[in-house]
Design a protein around this ligand. Structure first.
Ligand code: GDP
Ligand code: MN
Length: 378
């Protein structure tokens, strides 16, 4: 979820952040400035870590710079993500930047609180440059973070600021509350700052929700603003789709098989144009939709890799045929359909006119190899 929403959740739990407004355009940006004042900070609301390093955090020191900076930030693409929302924030005078994060430690099988007095850098940098500065406090998943732990961490972070220890330990407790109440995989404040005025403020906020808990949080839908149009269509159809930058469109059933297919493509020197898992129960419509989605951007070859269990191969074949009737593409299709009803699928596809280039493969390796060769030769 974007920083702005994460800060909303933080604030509701008692974690303070600077005065800020979310805007969707340059003109909206200009209109809210009187409420924030100058100097201010413009922050691209994109789901990319360390946007600061890609120009996604800009300081506006003078009124004259505002318009240009707003225009510039709205025209940015940060790691392919267009900037559609910008957070305008009052500029805080920073005395100290701290790092605070709660995440799941899979080796310990429990959440851990990570804290470092060297905030502002990302966690990999801290681990590299200041390995000894990271305190790791395991959290009992049934009891939650205990007050004595938050006091210990607060003292570790600010040993020379006794006045700030109680409010800091409250923030740490609040961060843990956010983590558990919202079924998070991660809650992070980097940096949590001590301002020149002596206030503690979350300047940045990151929350990753655990998708497995979605069913008990109907309110989460509003955080999903930034699916691309195709990703939204895919989601509505029950397909897991992520656009990638390769040349081979892939349709696979099961996330594991999809990942393996992508890896194998890489091994053969090719790259997939997408991740697309049609899921367990297939239907011709679902396959047809999947094909529409992956061929809506340019692909050289389409690779269909289905291991039919609950998914029936003939359903997938029917979907492909329906798709080709509507959109008779001349690109080659490499089809590996094994498992339930595979003979049926093959005979359906064999009846297609020969101007459609369908290549059959029996094993995954064969299919991937063929698709890679075709992509290379085109
Ligand atoms: P990130 O690059 O995505 O982590 O974006 P952040 O929101 O964490 O901002 C990056 C860095 O910009 C912070 O670590 C601060 O050093 C700096 N920064 C952000 N907001 C302010 C601010 O209000 N005042 C000052 N002085 N620096 C800021
Ligand atoms: Mn940050």
């Amino acid at each position: 979820m974007i920083e702005f929403y994460a800060k909303e959740i933080f604030q509701r739990s008692g974690i303070p952040s600077p005065n800020e407004r979310l805007v969707h355009s340059v003109s909206e940006g200009l209109s809210v400035i009187p409420e924030i004042g100058i100097p201010c900070v413009l922050k691209a609301q994109v789901l990319v870590g360390s946007r600061g390093k890609f120009g996604g955090v800009r300081f506006v020191e003078k009124e004259e710079e505002l318009l240009t900076s707003l225009k510039e930030i709205f025209s940015l693409k940060i790691k392919e993500n267009p900037v559609e929302m910008v957070l305008i924030s009052e500029k805080v005078r920073i005395k100290k930047e701290l790092f605070l994060s709660i995440t799941i430690d899979r080796n310990l099988s429990q959440p851990v609180l990570l804290a470092s007095p060297y905030g502002g850098m990302d966690i990999e940098e801290i681990a590299r440059e200041r390995p000894k500065s990271m305190l790791k406090e395991p959290i009992d998943p049934f009891l939650g973070l205990l007050p004595y732990q938050s006091r210990r961490v607060a003292f570790f972070l600010l040993p020379n600021e006794p006045n700030l220890n109680p409010p800091l330990s409250s923030i740490i407790m609040a961060l843990s509350k956010v983590f558990f109440e919202n079924d998070c995989l991660l809650t992070e404040i980097n940096p949590l700052v001590v301002s020149e005025e002596g206030n503690l403020l979350a300047l940045d906020a990151k929350i990753i929700l655990d998708d497995n808990a979605r069913f008990r949080h109907p309110d989460w839908d509003k955080y999903e603003y930034n699916l691309s149009p195709l990703e939204s269509i895919a989601k509505a159809e029950g397909l897991s789709y992520i656009k990638l930058s390769g040349e081979i469109g892939t349709i696979v059933n099961g996330a594991g098989l999809a990942m393996a297919t992508l890896d194998l493509l890489n091994t053969y020197g090719a790259r997939s144009a997408n991740f697309l898992d049609i899921g367990g129960s297939s239907s011709p419509e679902k396959t047809k939709k999947a094909l529409e989605i992956i061929t809506s951007s340019e692909v050289k070859v389409v690779l269909i890799n289905i291991f039919g269990g609950i998914t029936r191969c003939d359903d997938v074949a029917k979907g492909l045929i329906d798709f080709l009737k509507e959109k008779p593409l001349s690109i080659p299709f490499v089809v590996r359909l094994v498992g339930t009803n595979e003979e049926k699928a093959r005979s359906l596809l064999s009846s297609l006119p020969s101007n459609f280039k369908i290549h059959f493969a029996q094993t995954m390796k064969e299919a991937v190899k063929k698709a890679s060769e075709l992509a290379r030769s085109l």
